[in-house]
Structure formats: C-alpha cells, structure tokens
Design a protein around this ligand. Structure first.
Ligand code: ADP
Ligand code: MG
Length: 207
C-alpha cells in the first residue's frame, strides 16, 4: 500500500485555501485584532510550501513546513501553527505510510503544542476552539478511515469556529478589546477551518 495521506499535498492545499481567503481572514482580524492574520499566514505558508522538497518523508514534511511558518509568519499565529506542525511531524517519526491512526496521533500532538505554547483553553476565543473539537472528532472517527475522520474533523472545526462569535476573547490581541470582542468570528479559528478543509479534500482524494 502506498502513502495513504500525502501531507505535502495537505500543506499545498492549505496554502491555496489561505491565499484565496487571505482578505477575509485579514478583515476578521481587523475587527478584533490588528488586521494582519491573512497576510501573515499567507506569507508563512508560501515559505512553507517553497521549503518542501519533492521526496521528504511525511514527518519531515510537517517539521519543515512548521519551521518555515515559525520563521516567516510573524504574529502570534506563526509560532502557534509552526509549533503545531513541528510537533505533529515529530510525532510521525519516520513513519512512511500515514494511515488514519498515525494522522490522529499527529493531530493530537499539534493540539498539545498549541495548548502548551499559547496557554489558551476552549472558550478563550482562539484557534483552540476550532482545533480541539476537530482533533476530538477526528479521533472518534479514525476507525472509519482517514477520509471519514477528516470530514468529521472539518465539520467539528466549522462548528467550533462559529461558536467563537459570541465569546469574549481572553487570549491574544482580541482580549485587549474585552467585551467589544464579542460578536466576531475569531480569525485563527477561521484559518483552522481551512487547515481541516484542506485535510478533508486531500484525504478524500486519497481514499
Ligand atoms: P497577532 O494577533 O499577533 O496579530 P495573528 O493575527 O496572525 O497574530 O493571529 C491571531 C490569531 O491567533 C487569533 O485569532 C487567535 O486564534 C490566535 N491566537 C492568539 N493568541 C493565542 C493563544 N495564546 N493561544 C491560541 N491561539 C491564539
Ligand atoms: Mg493579527
């Protein structure tokens, strides 16, 4: 059996989706932050995709992309996304074929990294509100294969992101606004949905 998940394709698709949605992400960030999230992540992901050589093993794909994100993204989200991908890549070790359980382990490692680095919990109105339910939904469906699990993760991420609208931010720049952060979608949660949309699309192709 060949590689079940093409992680390079995942990163490329994530970069494409962020590029297409960069203006929306930036507008979301302008409402409750400093209006740079789309530009930040777009720049970081371009660098990440450029850094990916053709024959990297899966773990190295995520570690390389993560390293590029940390150094090129800027803002709070760079170290968080970058740290998440580095940790996910490390969790894969030298696994050659990324099957559904291996990807689940990597996603859990990514969530652990974001929690550790950013110290946000669910309800703080951050990317964790999309990432945590997505990783949980993935884990619950992992037995059904990577395409089904990734689709479940995407749906959970969308719901989780939507749930940030009524929240008051307690982490990151948006927290400076206090109650005025209520009523807006968190930009990092919105970009996390794109991470899982990319995963669901690429996993669907692989199945
Ligand atoms: P900055 O806030 O430095 O301008 P970005 O605009 O690129 O960085 O990213 C903002 C997003 O980062 C927020 O919408 C939120 O989802 C996420 N974020 C900020 N701080 C934290 C944190 N401590 N933990 C988790 N996510 C965070
Ligand atoms: Mg910002």
């Amino acid at each position: 059996m060949g590689t079940l998940m093409d992680l390079r394709r995942w990163m490329e698709r994530f970069a494409e989706l962020v590029a297409a949605d960069a203006d929306r992400l930036t507008r979301l960030d302008a409402a409750i932050g400093d209006g740079d999230h789309g530009a930040n992540l777009n720049r970081g992901l371009r660098a990440a995709v450029e850094a990916l050589g053709p024959d990297l093993p899966p773990g190295k794909v995520l570690m390389t992309a993560g390293r590029a994100l940390v150094s090129k993204t800027g803002g709070a989200s760079g170290p968080l996304y970058g740290g998440a991908l580095r940790r996910a890549g490390k969790a894969l070790g030298d696994t050659a074929d990324v099957d559904a359980p291996a990807l689940g382990t990597a996603l859990q490692a990514a969530l652990d990294a974001v929690r550790e680095l950013g110290k946000a919990v669910e309800g703080d109105k951050t990317m964790v509100d999309a990432l945590a339910p997505a990783v949980e939904a993935y884990g619950a469906a992992a037995g059904d294969g990577v395409a089904t699990a990734a689709q479940a993760a995407l749906e959970a991420a969308e719901k989780g992101a939507e749930a940030t609208v009524p929240m008051q931010a307690r982490k990151g720049r948006a927290s400076y606004l206090g109650p005025r952060s209520v009523g807006h979608l968190d930009p990092g949660a919105a970009s996390t949905v794109l991470l899982f949309r990319a995963l669901a699309e690429v996993a669907g192709d692989a199945a």
